[in-house]
Write a protein that binds this ligand. Structure first.
Ligand code: PLP
Length: 452
């Protein structure tokens, strides 16, 4: 047991009556006891740097957690939230709303694929996934096919932590540790390892893995399947890039059988792949799309679901006048502060051409990252846009090296995310070539000390 004597090191220039105890806060997805034994905390952020409580800079190689696309401390977004909260701090989301909620929905709809322009607000990626699942069920029910209740997911998928998303999980721990509550979704084969390691960009082989959907259809019956849910790029598992033609093939099979296609764009949304959404980058239009990270540049919690207009209208039309059409929503849906942050963030992205800027940097990012391929501890690198996964050769216990490296990289001045033995990098779109150089330099310095 940790003692309650654990204290956070005092944060310079911040007045605190006393350093807070570390005992009460239970961190999500974190080895809490280890973190509390040696906390690695951020106290401040500006641009593409975090600063620890002693003022030491740490390059943010992951846009926080894929969210801070325009860099930290963006005045325009912070001021917009401030102004909004002074004007109107909260509105109930049921039966009432406020003008910025409509403005935020319109700003998002201007970026989504054509016709995918009915926007439901939530507060996180997990909520967006569960909401998308409910919309799919509501749609089939509205058109008299309420027996379509099976969702199809994919090996290695991550769709958040709410029970709908957990039922879709293809990451073993997230699913197995909470099994038995709701039926697990059948899983398609994953899209990893269809080419030799260190392949650049989309793999040319592997599109036929989409045909696995036919196996699931044969087992469950197309008439019982509500939707197929996939991340266009499987992000959290370590960046698995779809083979050329794979998503088109999924789309075609769904169309043949009246099955909805849901893209979970929580990570890929808002420019990560070079266009607003991966749907546009890969040229495949889903019926429903989830999004969350980068929707407010990380300034406020928010997520959203973009829904095909026809699906929306079917649900509306099936309900009697003056009745609630969709029995779902959250107290904080379209919170005024979040809507202000969303409108301001999307405005910054557009005014500064940040999606194009990210796309412009991605070639340099790729070439610099692939220089790490000579290191014995690096077993594969995959990259698309400003998103990449670097696989480390595992030690005897899987995940041990990745966990240790994540701490060592922080100590050496780089923040990135690790999943198991994969490091995931996702720089902000405002990063310069010098920032990419610095990231790769820190990686090399730390990784070359690793022994096999
Ligand atoms: N879906 C995908 C594809 C994600 O990558 C994530 C988070 O990483 C989620 C859903 C869950 O988002 P949140 O952590 O905001 O609930």
């Amino acid at each position: 047991m940790q003692s309650s004597a654990q204290k956070v090191e005092a944060i310079p220039e911040v007045e605190t009556a006393a350093s807070p105890s570390l005992d009460e806060y239970w961190l999500p997805f974190t080895p809490n006891r280890d973190l509390k034994a040696a906390p690695r905390l951020f106290a401040r952020a500006e641009g593409v740097y975090y600063y620890d409580p002693t003022g030491r800079p740490i390059l943010d190689g992951a846009s926080g957690l894929f969210a801070v696309a325009a860099g930290h401390g963006r005045r325009e977004i912070i001021d917009a939230v401030h102004r909004q909260l002074e004007e109107l701090d909260y509105t109930p989301s049921f039966y009432r709303s406020h003008p910025l909620a409509f403005a935020a929905a319109a700003s998002i709809a201007a970026l989504t694929p054509k016709g995918l322009d009915r926007i439901f607000f939530v507060n996180s990626g997990s909520e967006s996934v569960d909401t998308a699942m409910k919309i799919a069920l509501a749609y089939h029910r509205a058109r008299g096919e309420g027996q379509r209740t099976v969702f199809v997911s994919r090996e290695y998928a991550y769709h958040g932590v709410n029970f709908g998303g957990v039922s879709l999980s293809g990451m073993a721990n997230n699913r197995r540790r909470f099994s038995g509550v709701i039926a697990p979704a059948p899983l398609l084969r994953h899209t990893g390892k269809t080419t030799a390691p260190f392949h650049r960009g989309q793999p040319e082989e592997g599109a036929e893995r989409a045909d696995d959907l036919q196996r699931v259809i044969d087992a469950y019956g197309a008439e019982n399947i509500a939707a197929v849910v996939v991340e266009p790029i499987a992000g959290s598992i370590g960046v698995l890039i779809p083979p050329v033609g794979y998503l088109d093939r999924l789309r075609a099979i769904c169309d043949r059988h009246g099955i909805l296609l849901v893209f979970d764009e929580v990570i890929t949304g808002f420019g990560r792949t070079g266009q607003a959404f991966a749907s546009q980058t890969f040229g495949v239009r889903p019926d429903i799309m989830t999004m969350a990270k980068a929707i407010t540049n990380g300034v406020q919690p928010m997520g959203a679901v973009a829904v095909d207009r026809g699906i929306h209208d079917t649900i509306m039309d099936a309900a009697p006048e003056e009745s609630i059409e969709f029995f779902h929503g959250y107290t904080w849906s379209a919170h005024p502060g979040a809507c202000a942050a969303c409108v301001a963030a999307l405005d910054v992205y557009s005014r500064e051409g940040l999606f194009e800027r990210g796309a412009g940097l991605s070639g340099y990012f790729r070439e610099k990252l692939y220089t790490l391929a000579d290191l014995p501890v690096v077993s594969d690198i995959r990259q698309f846009g400003l998103l990449a996964g670097i696989d480390f050769v595992p030690e005897s216990k899987p995940g041990q090296r990745g966990y240790r490296l994540q701490k060592q990289l922080f100590d050496a001045g780089l923040h990135l995310k690790t999943t198991g033995d994969t490091g995931i990098v996702a720089p902000a779109f405002v990063s310069t070539r010098e920032h990419i150089d610095e990231m790769v330099d820190v990686l090399r310095r730390v990784l070359e000390k690793e022994s096999l």
